[in-house]
Ligand binder design. Sequence first.
Ligand code: GAF
Length: 385
Amino acid sequence: MTDVAARATAGFREEYAEQPAGRWAAPGRVNLIGEHTDYNDGFVLPFTLPLRTVVAATTRDDARWTVRSELSADPVEFGPAEADAPGRVTGWAAYVAGVVWALRAAGHEVPGARLAIASDVPVGSGLSSSAAVESAVLAALVELGGLDLPADRWPKLAQRAENDYVGAPTGIMDQSAVIRCREGHALFLDCRTEEVEQIPFDLDAAGLAVLVIDSRAPHRHADGEYAARRASCERAAARLGVPALRDVPVADLDAALARLDDDETRRRVRHVVTEDQRVLDTVELLRAGRVREIGPLLTASHASMRDDFEITVPEVDTAVEAALAAGALGARMTGGGFGGCVLALVEADAAEQVTAAVTAAYAERGFAAPGTVPVLPSTGAHRLD
Ligand code: GAF
């Protein structure tokens, strides 16, 4: 397939019969560890992928926005009336209208624009294709409009687009990753303070590889289940008298669990509290250059998502089990759950054998063949040219 940036330009020229003023890119992400901790004010450790979304754009004289995407034969056009009414623009274009809305709601004068979007980030695989669109569009509009908005404030705005315009109650991880990740690093993010630390993540130097395997599992009720998990965590925090589950230290976990009156809530809390600790432990090991040793933490994270948070599905469990049986040092589902991708930490020379083992296990269970996603910790949203 043609390079994604070239496709964005070609789409732009075909739609608008002119050259774009510029092109902006934002990548997809995987999360090394720290799942469903972001909206609990906790810790996450994502890195971005070499797969990108590119937006080619130029301003127009009126306050209207036209967007073309590879996802649709027809462009979508909207003005302030639609942009200012969350939910009015729907489908893929809602992520664009949501960004316009979030900027305008924050008091910025958003320039009218023509945009064309191309993407290599697969939709529905849990690799944050939506955050990539939001972030690339945000980068384009900020620069085209000369808006006074430093990049460390972009993640909150992009998150607002998703929460309040599109209506998905997600946390701050994906937009932060897509905007703030740096090549060769994982992003250690404190989701309460939004402080970040770039953690060197040089797999080659360690003789290791991370495989990202697309489970191809259809997302089953993912939206409703995600919202239910979030509501359950928030209820538990209120019951425990803390602002968020991040405020339950792992040393106090048993005492906290004893104060809750149902097993399901106890399991949800145990996942979040132990997962925050696993992120901190992973960061310590990576800071010390002990990359190989993070494997058991990844695998423990998966078990916690499977047994306590109950967000895995047979396809991802099968991929994790097969990868571990074939010698992976650790493996876990990554992302919101109910499908999506699995990542496995492997010795570089074992990558093929682990991939083959997962493929064979899928065939044996009668699942659709898994896909693979290229991995190379990459740079967040930026202008291409
Ligand atoms: C999805 C959400 F968008 C993130 O905010 C995060 O909660 C993640 O699921 C689970 O860790 O990607």
